[in-house]
Structures are given as C-alpha cells and as structure tokens.
Ligand binder design. Structure first.
Ligand SMILES: [Zn+2]
Length: 277
C-alpha cells in the first residue's frame, strides 16, 4: 500500500509523535530522542485506542514481529508489536520501534506471509527513520487521538473533525511516495532475511484492491492513508523477481500458528464502537 499498507497510512507513517518539542532539524534527532518520541506517542495510543491484551494474541504478534525486526534492525531497538481492536484495515508505526496492526487487517489476511509483509513494511519505516522527517509537524498533537481518527473514521462526522484533521491528517497523510516505495523495498528484503515469503506483500495489496471494488467502506481508511496503485504492486513483484526462484521456494508462506491466531481474533466479540469525539 503505497503509503502504507502498510503505511497503511497512518500506519505507515511512522508517526513522529509530537510529545517532545523538537526544534532542531530533523536530521539532528538522536536515537534517544526518537525512542522518547515513540514512547510518548505509544502512551497516547494506549489511552485512545482499544488494544488487544489477550495473551495468545500478544504472544503471536510479538514473536512474528521480532522475527522480522531481528532480521533487519542494526540499531538494537526494543520492538513492541500490538494488535488494535478495530475492524478497519490499517497498520502504523511509531518512531523508535512501536508497530501496530489492526485486527481488521489480520482477519482479511489469508496466510502468514501477508501479515509478515505488513509488519516488515512498518518496520522499514522505523529503520529508515521516515518518522524523523515528520517530527516537526506534530509538535503538541494528540497523537493517540489523531491515530484513532485516522484509523477508525470515528471522527468523520464529528464536530471536532476539523481540529482533529489538522493534527490527524496532516500528521498521517504525509508519507511521501518515495518513503512508501522504500518501505516496500525494506518489506521484501526483511521478509526474505527472516525466512518468510515476500509474495505476501503484493498478495495483500491485490487483496485490498479487490476488496475495495467489492466493499469500499471496509478499506477506505486504509486507502485514505496509503495510496495503493498497480505500479506499487509491479515494483514489489519486480524486486521479488530479482531473487533466485530456488531461494524463494524455500521460504515460509503460512504456518498453523498464524491460522490459530487468526481464528482466535475472528472468534472474539466485535470490536468496540469508538466513541464519537
Ligand atoms: Zn508505509
């Protein structure tokens, strides 16, 4: 997804959370500052978004996420992977190692490699420090609230929409096409390094495009923040084709653990309806 399907929009936008005033040029933000920004934003997300705390769900997403992050992270960040209890299809990343994926995206994925591709794309936004570019835009923003609006559409008709959009859309809609392309490239490379098939990335893109044709409402939050076009799919497939077929054929596409994880989410009560803001 261009912006993110992983940028899955907000998602992708590794959001530079505006918790700490960063007046310095974005390139001057240290790793310590980046982690502080992420931690502050993560606290806001925990306050505003319904997160799934079920131990089996937390354990699975943490294990898969760390398998991917360990394959690519050269900075030894502490990674945190979380499932958001939202039916909307989306995912996002915060600076410093926080990655979130909506329940609605996982339930639509048909195999493990599709979810892994989304996580690897988000990880790429963090490792390539795309979030740092956005830090100056989000000073003082309520990142948790902005994310809730971006990810769930709950603010669409609310009186506070205008105010939130200033913080929210500006915050989350600015990942550049080049950032998205870079995160896609990272996603392909990272899944392969982790022993997982990269074909889940274009497969997930196609799945979302076809769902948009059938049921636009279900995925519009995602497309609002992650421009997704055929050429993004073609670019990803072209990159995958540069790897030897024998190598690709040995990579893992699906696991029983993923299917158990997905069934567990599908069996849970419907996500809470967000309170209008
Ligand atoms: Zn992205």
């Amino acid at each position: 997804m261009q912006a993110p399907v992983f940028d899955l929009g907000a998602h992708c936008r590794a959001i530079a959370a505006g918790v700490v005033l960063i007046a310095a040029a974005s390139c001057a933000v240290s790793q310590t500052q980046e982690v502080e920004l992420g931690a502050g934003a993560a606290a806001q997300v925990a306050a505003e978004l319904p997160l799934i705390r079920d131990a089996a769900v937390v354990n699975y997403i943490t294990t898969l996420g760390n398998q991917l992050a360990r394959a690519t992270d050269l900075r030894n960040l502490t990674w945190q992977f979380t499932v958001v209890n939202s039916k909307e299809v989306n995912a996002f990343a915060l600076p410093g190692g926080w990655v979130y994926v909506n329940r609605g995206l996982i339930e639509r994925a048909t195999n493990m490699s599709q979810l892994a591709g989304v996580l690897a794309h988000e990880i790429g936004h963090i490792t390539r420090r795309h979030s740092v570019e956005q830090m100056n835009q989000v000073q003082g923003a309520n990142v948790g609230l902005a994310l809730m609006c971006t990810l769930t559409k709950v603010c669409e008709n609310g009186a506070s929409q205008a105010a939130i959009n200033i913080g929210g859309s500006a915050l989350f809609a600015k990942f550049s096409r080049s950032d998205e392309a870079e995160a896609d490239q990272e996603g392909v490379a990272t899944t392969i390094k982790a022993g997982i098939s990269p074909n889940g990335i274009p497969a997930m893109f196609r799945l979302l495009l076809s769902e948009r044709q059938r049921n636009p409402n279900a995925v519009d939050a995602f497309f609002a923040s992650h421009p997704l076009e055929e050429r993004r799919i073609a670019a990803t497939e072209g990159q995958i084709a540069t790897f030897p077929a024998r190598q690709l054929s040995r990579l893992t596409k699906d696991t029983p653990a993923f299917q158990t994880f997905r069934r567990r989410l599908l069996a849970m009560p419907p996500p809470p309806v967000p309170k209008a803001r």
